[in-house]
Design a protein around this ligand. Sequence first.
Ligand SMILES: [Fe+2]
Length: 313
Amino acid sequence: MMSGMSRRGFLKAIAAGGSLIGSPGLAGTSWRIRGSDRGDLRLVFYTDIHADGTAETSHALAMAAMAINAQRADLVLCGGDLIAGGASLRPEQAAPRWDAYMDMVRAIEAEHHAVIGNHDLVGVRPSDGSDALADPRRDFKQRLGLRQSHGTFDALGYRFILLDSLRVSDDTHQYHGWVSSEQIAWLRELLSSIHAATPIVLVLHMPLLTSFFGATRGATFEAPPNRVVINNTEVLKLFADHNLILVLQGHLHVTEALHWRGTTFLTGGAVCGNWWNGAYFETAEGFNSITLRGDRIDWDYVDYGWTARAEDR
Ligand SMILES: [Fe+2]
């Protein structure tokens, strides 16, 4: 099963890489929640890896895995875009990228869960003109050992829900942020079995709520359909009578924290920063360190110390 490097080799590969934590992380924040009374739960949320199989970025992934392990988290959650550019590749072309990403996953010591990102849809429109893959989620599911691209689990009194936030589109965007009607029905049934006070954490790739476009393009700019979940209010309404404490989302490559009607929304930056070309809107290559406590959530963004080569910027 092990492709590319062994786990030991993978970790040894970073031995000459210098310190793990380079510049300080962004200032942390803390908000009140109604958490579990069964103790603190430490999470790492990392997203937007964009593994491309090159030696340079594979080295970065080894550094990130080691920095994630240093957090001693109970759970490690991944927000998608595990590989780069799957949509235009045939599966055999995407395979080295999956190999590079899975080396990172195998190096992570804590329990690990991932959601699918738009770049993880493989063979949607192969650039060589070959036929589209019948199931563009096939490689994601196979590599992560999943039957389906959404799921749920419990940890220490918290309920985690992982969503597939994508649909393939025929327009120029090629995909939209969207939670399917099948998942909406599944969510409705799932929530009917969850106590109203149970703290819930939702993980998905496309943002359910963000201020990014207002902040960068102007207050009246409308977010494009390939940048946010179009049916976000339909999803959020499902949780109206539940204790949704945290939404972990990716895709935008910036760090952002919003608090809306009792829910904290964290946009998780990116392991690859500005697509491996440095920081993006001052968000360095990094990941999120989160602690869920009985009465609050603590959050910080950790720069794992990788620096893009100057000539790439
Ligand atoms: Fe994305």
